[in-house]
Design a protein around this ligand. Structure first.
Ligand code: XIL
Length: 299
């Protein structure tokens, strides 16, 4: 096959990218994005601060711009993200306790109602665990509403859009030996045992010198899948864009039947949130890098 999306489709998977609405008038960007990818995640436009800038007043202008571009070009959409400690609007940052809990529920209901039936996977909860060796939850205003906030989010989401796959999404959970990975694994196992609705786990996969790719990533993906959830690589970028590492990640997904697909976190290096790491598959001029060919050959 000659594009990433078509190559991934040969095994029933997708190959996606993050799309920034502000770049949709850049024809070099849209040409590559439209040609190569068959799944889209809004880089920022479906986050809490974008979709509910004032409490109870939803705004889907930017989210719909990304959604409509994707669907008009035949792509599926991953929703990102409904409950998160970061990119909260000012009003939400100032809430706590029962008022925050109810605001989270209202937010999930409002956003999922707008996109009901249109989103293949939703990142319901993002980055709820702490880094480091404790395996603890991350401290946040949401966490301080009670340890059950994550399952409340998932139960709310299931009712709001029963057709969407509901994902937990995080970074630094790719290495099987890390405490954070085990903590998320234990949560998912507990959810499955107790019937809390969860369908998938997203591994952001922002690999860099501080959290490098490790070949035990495949064990991680297999172990989560064995719990009865799908897995997905949701925000892939690799500092320096080693062609070998990109191929390894691709092969890890392909080795796991429940790995739904791979999303890279941007199109060109210059579009990346970590542009200085040149972590993506296309250079700033839109040329294919060695990592691109390596992924395409692996798919
Ligand atoms: C990043 C975006 O790429 C940036 O544009 C924004 O300024 C900050 O957020 N984990 C996530 C993503 O789940 O939403 C983050 O995206 C990157 C880390």
């Amino acid at each position: 096959e000659s594009t990433l999306g078509a190559a991934a489709a040969q095994s029933g998977r997708y190959f996606g990218t993050a799309i920034a609405s502000g770049r949709l008038n850049d024809s070099v960007y849209t040409t590559i994005a439209n040609r190569e990818f068959n799944s889209v995640t809004a880089e920022n436009e479906m986050k809490i601060d974008a979709t509910e800038p004032q409490q109870g007043q939803f705004n889907f202008t930017a989210g719909d711009r990304v959604y409509n571009w994707a669907v008009q070009n035949g792509k599926q959409v991953r929703g990102h993200t409904l409950a998160w400690h970061a990119q909260q609007p000012e009003w939400m940052r100032n809430l706590s306790g029962g008022a925050l809990r109810q605001a989270m529920i209202n937010h999930i209901n409002g956003v999922m109602a707008h996109y009901r039936g249109k989103i293949v996977q939703w990142d319901v909860v993002n980055e709820a665990f702490d880094d480091g060796s404790s395996g603890a939850r991350r401290d946040s205003n949401l966490q301080r509403t009670g340890n059950d906030w994550i399952e409340v989010a998932f139960r709310t989401a299931r009712t709001a859009d029963p057709a969407a796959k509901l994902c937990y999404n995080d970074y630094n959970i790719e290495n099987w030996t890390w405490a954070k990975t085990q903590a998320v694994y234990n949560m998912v196992r507990d959810f499955k045992q107790r019937g809390v609705p969860i369908d998938c786990v997203g591994f952001q996969s922002h690999f860099n010198s501080g959290s490098p790719y490790n070949s035990n990533f495949r064990t991680t993906l297999q172990s989560f899948a064995a719990l009865g959830v799908d897995v997905a690589i949701t925000e892939l970028d690799i500092q320096g864009a080693s062609a070998t590492t990109y191929a390894n990640v691709t092969n890890d997904c392909l080795a796991v039947s429940r790995c739904l697909g791979i999303t890279v976190w941007g199109v060109r290096d210059t579009d990346s949130w970590r542009a200085e790491q040149t972590p993506l598959l296309f250079d700033g001029n839109g040329n294919k890098k060695a990592a691109y060919t390596s992924v395409l050959n692996a798919l």
